[in-house]
Design a protein around this ligand. Structure first.
Ligand SMILES: Cc1ncc(COP(=O)(O)O)c(C=O)c1O
Length: 360
């Protein structure tokens, strides 16, 4: 593996200021003192791996990322365990997905061990940045940008791989309740053959208007329908979705290149299988969702992802519809699955699939 140089920040955040920031960090706005940066040059490969003080970047204004959006990222968390140590949850899965995104965006792969070491070194050096509240996590953001100064349209020949970290409380405010979903009937997120399964910035840029529409109508999140028939439920702006039926079975939209293959989604499918629940990965239409919610056949629905963990969906509204799921609040199976997952992530429950990677 390439060598890492570790240069601690000589002017870290004052401890009292850090403590104040960590009392209620919210999501995505309290950043730690360090970052990882590794350079890539075509022909020479990855080099100059550094853990160093977090600082603004200096980029040439012609850097390809600024023009053609050659950018990918990951979202993962470090969890605080009961013994005070930290652990990552399935970092190998994030590394693999990162490289699948890299492939789709014509970017170089980052060796899995380099990806994981980068994340681990950052958590180690910034281990004092876990929020003080129970269940607080460090949200980790590995990303890669095309840094070559060149305006021709072709894959860049120079890249930066970086990792930054942010103290994270709950993604949704008042996380005990259920969220309200807005159905995007005008804007779609991804089409077959496109970049829907890649975690590239462009997917999020094009989803923002629909998410803003959801917020302006008083909802928490947008749900996208498929781009061909505008009828099959795909995923939320930043989460996958599950449906729970009265017979205790579960359903989630299949991976087909248009949705992100969520690591939480995969973990929940595995936990559901382990518990002997019947689960299927099959398409589900928005009309069927509405009919089943109204008839009582569908009793719960939830969103899932690294940031949102498992969050119940209470209501679904669109231009042509409005319906309530169950009693509009958290459901039993949703809560059970959430607890099972969280207990593994915090090292409280056994980890039969070896998902936790403890930091020494
Ligand atoms: C569009 C989208 N779908 C699904 C997910 C859930 O993925 P994961 O469980 O790997 O966080 C995310 C979150 O990162 C996302 O941004």
């Amino acid at each position: 593996m390439i060598p890492f140089t570790i240069t601690p920040n000589t002017t870290p955040t004052d401890a009292a200021i850090r403590t104040a920031k960590l009392a209620d960090p919210g999501f995505g706005k309290v950043f730690t003192d360090h970052m990882v940066m590794i350079r890539y040059v075509e022909g020479d490969g990855w080099q100059d791996a550094e853990v160093k003080a977090r600082a603004p970047l200096s980029l040439d204004p012609a850097a390809a990322v600024l023009h053609y959006a050659q950018e990918i990222f990951e979202g993962m968390k470090a969890y605080k365990l009961g013994d005070g140590n930290a652990a990552l949850f399935r970092p190998d899965a994030n590394a693999r997905r990162f490289n699948e995104s890299a492939h789709r965006m014509a970017m170089p792969a980052v060796p899995e061990d380099v990806f994981i070491k980068s994340v681990e070194e950052l958590v180690k050096i910034d281990r004092d940045w876990f929020p003080s509240a129970e269940g607080g996590t460090l949200y980790l953001r590995p990303f890669m940008i095309a840094s070559e100064a060149f305006l021709g349209v072709r894959p860049a020949r120079e890249y930066l791989f970086m990792v930054i970290a942010s103290a994270a409380g709950p993604y949704f405010k008042g996380d005990a309740g259920a969220i309200s979903i807005w159905v995007s009937e005008h804007y779609t997120r991804a089409a077959r053959g496109g970049t829907g399964a890649a975690k590239c910035g462009g997917n999020y840029a094009s989803s923002l208007i629909a998410q803003a529409e959801a917020i302006s109508k008083g909802h928490d999140q947008v749900v996208f329908l498929d781009a061909v028939e505008n009828r099959w439920v795909e995923e939320l702006g930043g989460m996958n979705v599950f449906f729970v039926f009265e017979d205790g079975s579960l359903r989630t939209p299949p991976l087909g290149g248009t949705i992100l293959p969520g690591i939480t989604r995969d973990a929940l499918l595995t936990l559901a299988h382990d518990s002997g629940l019947s689960v299927c990965e099959e398409r589900y239409s928005i009309d069927q969702w509405q009919d089943d919610a109204r008839s009582g056949k569908l009793v719960e629905a939830f969103a899932c992802g690294t940031a949102a963990v498992v969050t119940p969906i209470g209501t679904v509204t669109g231009e042509k519809r409005s319906f309530v799921i169950g009693a509009g609040g958290p459901g039993q199976l949703t809560e059970k699955l959430r607890q099972q997952l969280v207990n593994i992530q915090r090292g409280i429950a056994p980890d039969p699939h070896n998902w936790l990677r403890r930091l020494s």
